[in-house]
Design a protein around this ligand. Structure first.
Ligand SMILES: Nc1nc2c(ncn2[C@@H]2O[C@H](COP(=O)(O)OP(=O)(O)O)[C@@H](O)[C@H]2O)c(=O)[nH]1
Ligand SMILES: [Mg+2]
Length: 276
């Protein structure tokens, strides 16, 4: 059996690991037996292929060039015949930041959001700065700190909630929103976290506001951990172990129950299974 293709939109701010996950996923989909495989020709793979070349040499890839300005669409299929199109949006332009800052969804994004059956949000916990407030420090300690610090920044948590809210709102304005897209949250660079918590617990502990927002809007959000590389790589110094074994022998996901699995396609497979 093969039903209509699901469309899964990947969303994440700059530096969360989208390109490296894509590169590792690409190799797995093409060569390694897992829950999913590539099912036809993917478009605009250049950025991911370039990153793979670096990984093959045991190096991290450089930042995605800003000139890359097209969606990359990957048709995938699982063993049950469920099909999906993974949409990696204009990953070079890193528009997510300006989308949030300007509170405006460009037309191209509106189309992507409307067309998606599931959203996969990539969040790098170690990158998110959580400011102190009355929940983390006694009020007396906080007193005075804001006087010198007059510049007001939106917190990382508020920014992510804002992003989700914008996606929900614009999906609603598509006037078909009986059912909002499924949500997956992938906590990237899990190797940096050094925690024995489950992904949902880690999200709740580190970004409680985001966690609460997700739980109040989705009954069964998929929350998983991801370490696409398994360990930090340098863009200049080669990791010989990596180069000799091959990048396909590195990387893992953390399932919702906390178990490690080397099949990097699982987050997408789970999102697909949940939809049928
Ligand atoms: N430790 C660790 N670092 C990672 C991992 N994935 C990516 N990185 C690093 O995170 C940085 C940003 O990754 P990149 O894929 O370019 O992020 P993007 O901007 O979202 O495409 C790079 O320096 C990568 O080397 C991982 O699984 N573990
Ligand atoms: Mg990138």
């Amino acid at each position: 059996m093969s039903g209509p293709s699901n469309s899964i939109l990947l969303v994440g701010e700059s530096g969360v690991g989208k390109t490296h996950y894509g590169a590792q996923l690409l190799r797995r989909l093409m060569r390694v037996k897992g829950a999913l495989r590539m099912n036809g020709a993917a478009t605009n793979l250049e950025a991911f292929e370039t990153a793979l070349e670096s990984l093959d040499e045991g190096r991290a890839a450089g930042h995605t060039a800003r000139t890359v300005n097209v969606d990359s669409v990957w048709p995938v299929v699982d063993s049950g015949g469920r099909r999906a199109d993974l949409i990696w949006p204009e990953y070079g332009g890193e528009q997510i930041k300006s989308v949030i800052e300007n509170r405006r969804l460009p037309d191209a994004w509106q189309k992507r959001v409307d067309g998606a059956d599931a959203w996969l949000l990539l969040v790098r916990l170690q990158q998110a700065i959580v400011g102190d407030d009355m929940f983390s420090k006694p009020l007396a300690d906080l007193k005075g700190t804001s006087v010198e610090n007059r510049e007001v920044h939106q917190s990382d948590q508020a920014r992510l909630v804002e992003l989700l809210q914008m996606l929900l709102f614009s999906y609603g304005s598509a006037a078909k929103a009986q059912r909002i897209p499924r949500l997956g949250v992938l906590l990237t660079c899990w190797d940096e976290a050094a925690t024995a918590q489950t992904p949902a617990e880690a999200l709740g502990a580190r970004l409680p506001l985001v966690s609460a927002f997700v739980r109040s809007n989705w009954r069964q959000p998929l929350i998983m951990g991801l370490s696409a590389l398994e360990r930090p790589l340098s863009p200049t110094t080669r990791d010989m172990d990596y180069a000799s074994k091959g990048p396909e022998h590195f990387g893992y996901v953390i399932e919702p129950n906390g178990k490690k699995n080397t099949d990097l396609t699982l987050p997408i497979h789970h999102l697909l299974s949940a939809g049928s």
